[in-house]
Write a protein that binds this ligand. Structure first.
Ligand code: ATP
Length: 459
């Protein structure tokens, strides 16, 4: 998302405010009568007024016991801030916009809502989660299936929750017969595959209790997807028992977005914008650094940094290859980066992986699952890995090429610092040439962070 708006993160205008969570009732229904019938912003600040309950206590009476038992077995015991603040609204049936830092647990928040409203007795698609990439879809499906599995020691009685991953690059023929034979309770879908199934009327939205649009700003900013997303939301707005949830760590111009949601009926009028850590768009455990060097020193600088940092798990972001460079027959910078690292860093280069758009879906899935299995990982990636991908062991991010916008910076950086209750310091290092320093400065201004300037001897 490219923006030059100076008030890109308006909530940062009062950085010394004590807000650590803002619940905004942005519609006349929930705002006091004297507020005019327009979208109003009545901000009630919660200085984490929610008592320090556990996830079990917050979800009791809403989420089935065996799901809560599974959540406990997986390690979900203490609620994160966004879960603490959003779950009471979600369980009350309110549409919610979950606006909270990367790695803050938005996925679990909407999955717990879904398990609180769907019924295994009903043979129909009752929850739909829309994601922008296949990688994020695989990840959300995995968490949903982990929660739906039988708790240890309990045998499965009768029907079970079924979760279908309807993702680009999948075998749609098989999905079609599955949908016709025994509709899954939950579908996790990318827009392309979802539209195909809806056009063929292979399943309907009639029984849908919850629709989630994850990385919502990305979907609304994608020229390829925005039309289908809006069509889906308009179609869904016709159903009375609907509940819509949007989630993202970045919602630029969020007041405008929320008022559009109400005006366009993408959400109900009493939608709640749960905005956690409004004055700190990125996790505080991230430490940002910058090295200024010449273009042909960059590879050596990266190598020196990797040798100094010795990261167990790191992601090195490079730009996608331009059409011009493809036409000129050049190798993408990701490939030359991987070749350089295999030749000069680590042992036999086995710990170095690549993830980029041009790879086929299976190669992309294999790269991610390999990373999850291996302890140490050095992933060279384009922005396909910047949204939602969850590799909790990642402690170092290197921007070998700067991202295109502050939003992209926020999501790349957010691939580190993903252990909600850990204070482990993670670093985000930017390798720039001098003329790019002002671009990074602009990101620092918009996201209110400061880079430590490193001077490195690359000898
Ligand atoms: N209550 C919890 N207790 C412990 N770990 C949690 C809890 N909730 C989520 N996590 C873990 O935190 C990590 C980040 O969660 P998740 O991917 O849902 O974050 P997110 O807010 O969706 O991030 P992003 O905006 O980057 O998509 C995951 O590894 C998840 O398993």
């Amino acid at each position: 998302m490219k923006t030059n708006s100076p008030n890109f993160f308006p909530q940062l205008q009062n950085p010394n405010s004590s807000f650590n969570c803002r619940i905004r009732y942005l519609s006349p229904i929930s705002a006091p009568p004297q507020i005019p019938l327009c979208v109003s912003s009545l901000t009630t600040t919660l200085k984490s007024t929610a008592t320090s309950s556990t996830l079990q206590e917050i979800c009791k009476g809403h989420v089935p016991e065996h799901i809560l038992q599974r959540a406990g077995e997986i390690g979900f015991v203490e609620p994160t801030d966004v879960q603490k603040e959003s779950l009471p609204f979600l369980f009350s049936g309110r549409d919610c916009i979950l606006h909270a830092q990367t790695g803050s647990g938005k996925t679990l928040a909407y999955l717990l809502l879904i398990f609180s409203v769907i019924s295994v007795q009903k043979s129909a698609v009752q929850a739909l989660i829309v994601v922008p990439t296949r990688e994020l879809g695989i990840q959300v499906t995995k968490v949903a299936r982990m929660l739906a599995a039988n708790p240890s020691g309990l045998e499965s009685e009768g029907r079970k929750y079924t979760v279908m991953a309807l993702l680009d690059g999948g075998m749609l023929k098989r999905h079609k017969s599955w949908l016709k034979a025994e509709p899954p309770t939950i579908i996790v879908a990318t827009m392309g595959s979802l539209c195909l199934m809806l056009e063929k009327q292979v399943f309907s939205l009639e029984a849908l209790r919850v629709l989630v649009v994850d990385e919502v700003d990305f979907m609304f900013n994608s020229s390829k997807q925005i039309h289908s997303v809006k069509k889906l939301l308009t179609l869904y707005s016709k159903f009375s028992s609907r509940q819509t949830v949007f989630a993202s760590a970045s919602i630029p111009q969020h007041n405008r977005f929320v008022s559009d949601c109400i005006q366009q009926k993408w959400t109900k009028r009493d939608v709640v914008h749960v905005h956690v850590n409004a004055v700190e768009p990125m996790p505080s455990c991230l430490h940002h650094r910058v090295v200024i060097c010449s273009k042909n020193e960059r590879l050596q600088v990266l190598l020196t940094l990797l040798r100094k940092d010795g990261p167990k798990c790191a992601i090195i972001f490079a730009s996608e290859q331009s059409e011009k460079s493809k036409k000129a027959g050049n190798a993408p910078s990701t490939t030359s980066l991987v070749d350089f690292l295999i030749a000069s860093y680590g042992n036999d280069g086995s710990e170095i992986s690549l993830l980029e758009e041009d790879m086929n879906f299976n190669a992309r899935a294999a790269a991610l699952s390999e990373l999850r299995q291996r302890g140490n990982c050095l992933l060279v990636a384009t922005d396909i890995a910047a949204r939602g991908v969850d590799l909790p062991e990642t402690t170092h991010i290197y921007n070998f090429d700067l991202p295109g916008s502050a939003v992209d910076y926020l999501h790349r950086a957010g691939r580190a610092g993903r252990k909600p209750f850990s204070t482990e310091r993670c670093t985000v290092t930017n390798i720039v040439v001098s003329v790019e320093r002002f671009v990074l400065q602009r990101f620092e201004n918009e996201l209110k962070f400061q880079c430590e300037e490193l001077s490195l001897s690359t000898t």
